[in-house]
Design a protein around this ligand. Structure first.
Ligand code: PLP
Length: 464
């Protein structure tokens, strides 16, 4: 045992850290070489791990050897340029360094006093992002609103639901979503024990029909219930459908509902002014969520939540135990983000976002988002021109959906063959009973060459 007890000596930390950064850099450079979807059988990783923890510490080399031999085969390579599944969770060098810095500082930023920089950097960087995506001044922390980084869009939705429920507090509140809304809202409704949930019909483009929302609200009011919350989605998970936010906002506002806009993935595209057309009316929302951890080159987790009025959230979530009392909080001059979220503790997530924005600049982020959209459009164009394929239209931003004219079974087999090849990873959805394959272009290092290779793979596996 050394003077440090069993702790890692600083010199070793330094050398292992350098080695690990090299390892990560090598990994990211070669991420495209792995089978994108992990091909291991269930239980195979666990079966290679000892049944109990080591009694005596082991060396970094031993651990890294197991990372290479045991962990890596069980990784699905989200950072592969051939990853097109779900929605992206892309990362970048500056983001990884920001994560590392946050973990090096080891800050737990539950209240302002536990690290003023953790809170104030977050307030400012999130407000940079508000401006960058063109959200109105009413979401700025300098007025009644403000932004916060949540762990996930699910967490953001839960916070909004709790505030909306408590604002009404009748015990018979109703939440309105569409039949395409992400399941996280429904989960939030369950957690918040809001008694009523209505799924509003969508139109041919899978966007919520505002007149159906108005009808549902009128029926509920007539039945003595309390409309409390409406979620409009900009970029649904299945097909990136865009709900007509302005029309929905008019109905929601007239009914006294909280309007939450879930722009978890597509909201990143608002950084480019030309992609904001579908967002008309977003400024009328009570809360807006955009996941920087999907398509803004920032590691999971980093979900941006913008509030037009922070008071209802504070009214729902603020509890002050004696042990957290402090002068700064009591002065009212500071933000304590613990009151804006469900858990008490919080990581210094703003650092990675700050590093990303300072590295790329808004123009750099715009460039890469535009490039992904261009690549998706080029793939959509090829699919559209090939009569073996059907393209889902309208195609939005970086998501392409297709199926084979030869039917569902062959479409499913095509996707499974692509995934089994390891050369790309695609996922599917069902819309109106039809099976569609989704291609979400958003991995940091995806280029035209990768999308060309995907098209060649689809072409070859489909045959004549
Ligand atoms: N909302 C939409 C539209 C999504 O697509 C997703 C995830 O893909 C979510 C919410 C949930 O995101 P999170 O994993 O951050 O909770």
């Amino acid at each position: 045992m050394s003077d440090e007890g069993f702790h890692l000596p600083s010199g070793d930390f330094r050398s292992q850290g350098h080695e690990l950064i090299d390892w990560i850099a090598d990994y990211l450079e070669g991420a495209g070489e792995y089978p994108v979807l992990s091909q291991v059988a269930p239980g195979s990783i666990r079966s290679q791990l000892p049944k109990s923890a080591p009694l005596k510490g082991e060396s970094f080399d031993e651990v890294m050897s197991d990372v290479n031999d045991i962990v890596m085969p069980g990784i699905t390579h989200w950072q592969s340029p051939d990853f097109y599944a779900y929605f992206p969770a892309n990362t970048s060098g500056p983001s990884i360094l920001g994560e590392l810095l946050a973990s090096g500082l080891g800050v737990q930023g539950m209240i302002w006093a536990t690290s003023p920089a953790c809170t104030e950097l977050e307030t400012q960087v999130v407000d940079w992002m508000r401006q960058a995506i063109g959200l109105a001044e009413r979401f700025s922390p300098d007025g009644k609103g403000g932004g916060v980084i949540q762990d996930s869009a699910s967490g953001a939705a839960l916070v909004a639901l709790l505030a909306a429920r408590d604002r009404k507090a009748t015990g018979n509140e109703v939440v309105y979503i569409s039949d395409q809304t992400h399941s996280s809202i429904e989960k939030g409704v369950r957690i918040a024990r809001i008694p009523h949930l209505r799924k509003i019909e969508t139109d041919a483009a899978f966007a919520m029909r505002p007149e159906k929302l108005a009808e549902a609200i009128a029926t509920d009011v007539a039945a003595g219930l309390t409309p409390a919350f409406v979620c409009a989605t900009l970029g649904t998970t299945s097909s990136l459908a865009m709900d007509p936010v302005r029309a929905i906002a008019e109905v929601a506002t007239a009914a006294g509902c909280w309007l939450h806009v879930d722009a978890a993935m597509a909201g990143s595209a608002h950084i480019c002014p030309e992609f904001r057309n579908d967002a008309d009316g977003i400024d009328l929302a009570d809360s807006v969520c955009v996941n920087a951890h999907k398509w803004l080159f920032t590691n999971f987790d980093c979900s941006l939540m913008f509030l037009a009025d922070r008071e209802p959230v504070l009214a729902s979530l603020s509890i002050l135990p004696e042990y957290l009392r402090n002068e700064a909080s009591e002065s009212g001059a500071v933000i304590d983000y613990r009151d804006w979220q469900v858990p008490l503790g919080r990581r210094f997530r703003a650092l990675k976002l700050w590093m990303v924005v300072r590295h790329y600049g808004i123009e750099g982020l715009q460039h890469h988002v535009r490039e992904h959209v261009r690549l998706a459009e080029s793939l959509a164009g090829r699919i559209e021109q090939d009569d073996r394929f059907l393209l889902l239209q309208p195609q939005h931003l970086n998501l392409v959906l297709f199926r084979l004219t030869a039917g569902e079974e062959l479409t499913r087999q095509l996707m499974e063959s692509v995934n089994a090849s390891g050369d790309a990873f695609l996922t599917h959805t069902i819309l109106d009973g039809e099976y569609w394959v989704r291609v979400a272009v958003g991995a940091t290092n995806t280029t035209a060459a990768h999308v060309d290779a995907l098209w060649r793979l689809l072409d070859r596996l489909t045959g004549e």
